[in-house]
Design a protein around this ligand. Sequence first.
Ligand code: HEM
Length: 163
Amino acid sequence: MNENFRHREEKTFSGCPHVSRIIVHSFVGILSSIDPRPSFRLFELEPDSKVIFGFSASADVESELSKTPRFVKHAKYFILMIDKALGMLGPDIDLLTEIMLDLGVKHVSYGVKPEYFPSMGRALIHSMQEQLGSRFTEETKDTWVEVYGALSYDMIRAQKMKH
Ligand code: HEM
């Protein structure tokens, strides 16, 4: 997957090359050490979300991680989705919106509540801050807030329509 991102880094995206460059740079940084542990913050913020990832409600996630590959699998789904979304900025934006709305509906069936989205965003940013240190600049953070916010906005919108 690293190779994929290195390749994308050199590409000029039709939508907003500056935003894409910032996102891809920070991803290349974390992908080299894909370690789900820093993201455990999600479970501190939303303990109930443990269950939808296959952990028991009282689980010590760290020691049970090897028993449930679902959480690690999600990190990969998530990264692939962001990669796909960046490639679709620009002329394909309407199609991207449709994809995110569909993905939002799917998340209802996985048991994901709308309020988990901001917590996942916080966990993600916290994780990148920990892993990238000073390389995770204010600009990178603001860009992530914007991109994660835009993607989750459509997913939450779809979830609310479904309820
Ligand atoms: C912008 C935010 C998110 C993106 C882009 C995203 C992306 C994805 C994708 C692409 C899949 C695979 C969908 C498929 O079945 O085709 C997926 C599955 C899933 N997502 Fe997310 N997700 C997001 C937020 C969340 C949040 C906040 C949670 C819960 C806290 C969550 C929990 C799950 C679960 C439990 C699955 C099913 C995993 C499995 O198949 O075992 N997602 N997500």
